[in-house]
Design a protein around this ligand. Sequence first.
Ligand code: CA
Length: 358
Amino acid sequence: MKRREFIKGIGAGTALAGLGSTGLANAKPKFKWKMVTTWPKNFPGLGTGANNLAKLITQMSGGRLQVKVYGAKELVPAFEVFDAVSRGTAEMGHGAAYYWKGKSEAAQFFAAVPYGLTAQEMNGWLYHGGGMKLWEQIYAPFDLIPAAAGNTGVQMGGWFNKEIKSLADLKGLKMRIPGLGGEVLKRAGGTPVSLPGGEIYTSLQSGAIDATEWVGPYNDLAFGLYKVAKYYYYPGWHEPGTTLEAMINRKAYQALPKDLQVIVTNACKVVNQDMLAEYTARNNAALHTLVNKHKVNLRPFPDPVLKKLRGLSEEVVAEVAKKDRASKKVYDSFLKFRKQAKAWHDVSEVAYMRARSI
Ligand code: CA
């Protein structure tokens, strides 16, 4: 549009003849960004979500901002994404905020909180409930600008090689489970391990870990986790609507003209919604394959286990709030939002889901 107006403005014919079309294209600065990710390259949902984001930014900007995606380990290891974007080795990153609790405890609230917000509620909190502003404040000291850029919806509880009949069955269990969910497992007597996705299968196979959670059927099937664990538990009490993030190096962002900044921000919003749609469309077929083709034992956590985990979760999350002022501020905002979201969803989403199942 702008280019067309410009052409009109200078009056085609004469001026154009001198400039030539390549001259016009080069008149606008081109930016080339690297996007490092915590995911294996092209991994369904997560890695492809990062690919979609890069493609969208490149297309929406008409090629003025080109983004190239790097899978975990291609440029930096998965858990070095935050530092790489912070120092400007890459201009952009894609991951999940709970991987960075070593940088800021409060970061975990922007990925997933056990018994916290669903995908729909996370988006409500971030975009219209003050959450985004708090997230920006948490990342600002690291010269990073955060954006929600994907959501998995409610995850699965995880893969186990024994049945979980009571909370005591979690005792002594070495399980890959990140963020606050890991702290809850510790409180239940287990040992949480943080591992990037690409290392889960071999760790479970070798016995380095006894159990794992990852995402949900669509992703867990792709990793082949059914080959190394017998029981698949639900629901993912620890990750009720995990937000994936894009992080942008502040200097790189500020170097962009305003229209490209708007494109970056809104491409993240598009991918944030689109990823959730993809999981919603793909999970059930993958679950069907796991249960019917691979004979996975699908099990719900018993109610008393879920109730006890909820109690422990409330304790753990409240303790994070005591660690520093920033965490307290985020916790208060999260708690206030959850309360009103639950009140509304009790008479809307929950009531409707119930009505559909009567
Ligand atoms: Ca997970």
